[in-house]
Write a protein that binds this ligand. Structure first.
Ligand SMILES: Nc1ncnc2c1ncn2[C@@H]1O[C@H](COP(=O)(O)OP(=O)(O)OP(=O)(O)O)[C@@H](O)[C@H]1O
Ligand SMILES: [Mg+2]
Length: 202
């Protein structure tokens, strides 16, 4: 099987993917790290993140990775992957307020980087990207909110083994959020408000 695990930064891709790879006796590849290591990205100082600048080379690297069988690929770089080489795409979801807390308190992210990633989760960015790149039938969304790592791993394995249906459209963060918080998150994502004015979490 060739399995992609994706989701907004902080939703648990790396934690979960490594355990799943071990359980299935598959190889684990962090494609984002591979792209940085192989020099096809440029550092964006404002957002403190790496962006692909050499798309052709990035696609070749993704092809190389997915030419291996029995692999778990941990990545947010979905658009460089050939969909024909992928069996299943798991999109991890996490309630935006829990994600905000995790990114701010655990990862110490701040400002636009913090809020733009939380807004990406609010707006289903990686689910939409996954649907555009792979089509709906290969995708399974897993809501990780309030679940232990073990529970999330179990749900992922059930989907991979076909014991649980692949479902999408399982969360609706926009309607779950206080409109005032949404406005503040949006302002912070644009750099017009400090993140400590969005929510007090830590
Ligand atoms: N189900 C969970 N419950 C509680 N904490 C979790 C869970 N899954 C992951 N975490 C914690 O959340 C943090 C982020 O997890 P992880 O680094 O795996 O996310 P990621 O999606 O790979 O992020 P990035 O895209 O930045 O690499 C880690 O501190 C991890 O221990
Ligand atoms: Mg990671």
């Amino acid at each position: 099987m060739r399995i992609i695990i994706t989701g907004t930064p902080g939703t648990g891709k790396t934690t979960v993917s490594k355990i799943i790879a071990r359980e299935l006796n598959h190889d684990y590849v962090n494609l984002n790290e591979e792209l940085v290591k192989r020099g096809v990205c440029r550092y964006n100082e404002k957002l403190d993140t790496h962006e692909i600048v050499n798309r052709e080379e990035a696609e070749k690297i993704a092809d190389e990775v997915l030419d291996r069988s029995n692999i778990i690929v941990d990545t947010i770089a979905l658009s460089i992957i050939d969909p024909d080489k992928v069996d299943i795409v798991v999109v991890l979801r996490l309630h935006p307020l829990e994600l905000f807390r995790r990114l701010r308190c655990d990862k110490q992210w701040r400002g636009m980087k913090l809020c733009s990633n939380v807004m990406a989760e609010v707006l289903d960015y990686f689910l939409i990207e996954a649907i555009e790149c792979f089509g709906e039938t290969k995708i399974a969304e897993i809501d990780t909110t309030g679940k232990s790592v073990e529970e999330v791993v179990r749900e992922c394995l059930d989907v991979i083994h076909g014991k649980r249906d692949r479902r999408i459209g399982i969360v609706s963060w926009l309607s779950a959020l206080d409109p005032d918080v949404l406005v503040r998150l949006d302002l912070c994502a644009r750099g017009e408000l400090d993140d400590d004015s969005v929510l007090v979490v830590c």
